[in-house]
Design a protein around this ligand. Structure first.
Ligand SMILES: [Zn+2]
Length: 472
């Protein structure tokens, strides 16, 4: 056995071992070993998956979009290799490549498609290395400033990388409604496909505090004729010719309630009505982004319908458990734009005007704020989120996590009086269950590392299996 195959063999054994032990899902560590002892692995990946790699990046929605896309494609009888549990750094990508090898490290998945979600900051480096056939850029929001600096830096890196002629045979799928991506699309050397939302009734007239600096790359102001949320909407530059391109894959007629969202998908001459079992406009964007890729792979809407019927909630993003006859739903929150979308979805006006009973029904929240490296060290982003609105609509409120005091202070600033601070995970769950009325809904808002812990705990007490068990 050569050195390379020995490294692969070892890493595959460790990956299987970790999965059996259910320690970490075996998602990243085996990749780290290969990265260290066989750094050429990405060159090999690029050769073996030539013209069959889809990469997905952007601040919010990577994991959900990857899973939607993977479900649709694999339900149409195409084998998919993916890092779909959200391990989106180099080691996670390498670890997913191990799934395309046999036990002895030999590449055996000649007919498979690779779908990778990739962290925004390392997307340029990885893309140059593996030259994906399809690149999907979802959005850019302020996120974890302490790790990477301003989003402008990421945008500049993307612009520089994707204007390279090595991508002239690649497809770029891009959110037409995010003006921060427009420059990357205009300078892309391959084919560009736009997707987006067209529904003027969704206009958000509230003063969403997470609007990024609304400036075009020419230096002049960007104006919105319709703004859906944050800086996402129908936009144009006040001065130069930069404006939203009319998307070819578009969601219209969007209707939301507390458990689902429905919309029409329009593409060329086709149209179909879809229901998502997740909430919020961001879920629609994720779905339409995935649809844009599927349709440009040569599939039809009927293929999406076939693949979509088996769509499951994605790990950690919108999972639900039933405990003591109370419905518990988990949401990953990591930046103001994402948190606001969850807040607006949970407190939307349409829901409250339905009936008097609904109007009186407030939500119950357990919010755990951590600041480990993977959460982002800086927790000041909670001041840019609409905690005022959340507080106003919340009945029972339990605050937890390493930075519970910071979060409690943020709620107290909204003049909230009744809140419980409990840093112990088990006790925090007991408290939110006991404080919430019978037959009610409980929503957990969790930063990444908190999500990992609470997910595991709920899986244990509800009897559900951890998410990675499915992939054995
Ligand atoms: Zn301009």
């Amino acid at each position: 056995m050569s050195y390379k195959y020995f490294v692969f063999f070892l890493a595959i054994q460790i990956k299987n071992f970790l999965r059996i032990l259910r320690i970490s899902g075996g998602t990243a560590f085996p990749g780290l070993i290969v990265e260290k002892f066989y750094p050429k692995v990405l060159d090999e990946l690029a050769i073996n998956f030539s013209k069959k790699i889809i990469v997905i990046s952007g601040t919010n929605g990577k994991t959900s979009t990857t899973n939607i896309l993977k479900n649709i494609i694999s339900n149409n009888d195409i084998d998919v290799i993916s890092n779909d549990s959200g391990s989106n750094l180099k080691r996670g990508i390498i670890s997913s490549y191990l799934d395309s090898l046999n036990t002895f490290g030999k590449f055996v998945k000649n007919n498979s498609l690779m779908i990778l979600e990739i962290d925004e900051a390392i997307l340029p480096e990885i893309s140059e290395k593996i030259c994906p056939s399809t690149i999907l850029l979802l959005n850019l929001f302020r996120d974890q400033l302490d790790r990477y600096g301003e989003i402008d830096k990421i945008r500049e890196k993307w612009l520089l990388t994707f204007s390279n002629s090595i991508f002239k045979h690649s497809q770029l799928h891009i959110n037409a409604d995010d003006y921060l991506l427009s420059n990357v699309a205009q300078n892309f050397t391959g084919s560009v496909y736009y997707y987006g939302v067209d529904d003027p009734l969704l206009e958000d007239k509230s003063s969403d505090p997470t609007i990024e600096s609304n400036y075009c790359y020419c230096g002049k102001k960007i104006s919105h004729s319709v703004r859906y949320y944050a800086h996402i909407g129908k936009w144009q530059c006040d001065d130069c010719e930069n404006q939203r391109i009319i998307p070819t894959t578009v969601a219209t007629n969007i209707k939301q309630d507390l458990n689902s969202v429905t919309f029409n998908l329009n593409s060329e001459n086709e149209s179909h009505h879809f229901t998502l079992s997740s909430i919020g406009l961001f879920s629609v964007y994720n779905a339409v982004a995935a649809f844009s890729i599927v349709l440009n792979l040569g599939m039809k809407i009927e293929h999406i319908v076939k693949g979509f019927s088996s769509e499951n909630n994605v790990f950690g993003r919108q999972e639900a458990f039933v405990i003591e006859q109370k419905r518990v739903k988990l949401f990953l929150v990591k930046n103001p734009a994402g948190l606001n979308q969850v807040i607006y979805a949970l407190t939307q006006k349409n829901y409250y005007k339905d009936t008097l009973e609904h109007k009186l029904k407030k939500i119950n929240i357990l919010f755990a704020l951590n600041n480990r490296t993977e959460d982002g060290k800086d927790v000041s982003w909670i001041y840019d989120a609409d905690i005022e609105r959340l507080s106003e609509h919340t009945n029972a409120l339990v605050i937890s996590g390493m930075r519970a005091e910071d979060l409690a202070l943020r709620f107290i600033m909204t003049n909230r009086e009744n809140l419980i601070i409990e840093k112990n995970l088990k006790k925090s769950v007991e408290l939110i269950l006991s404080e919430s009325p019978p037959d009610s809904d409980i929503y957990l808002l969790l930063t990444y590392s908190a999500m990992m812990k609470y997910r595991k705990y709920f899986a244990k007490i509800s009897g559900s299996k951890p998410f990675w068990v499915n992939s054995i």
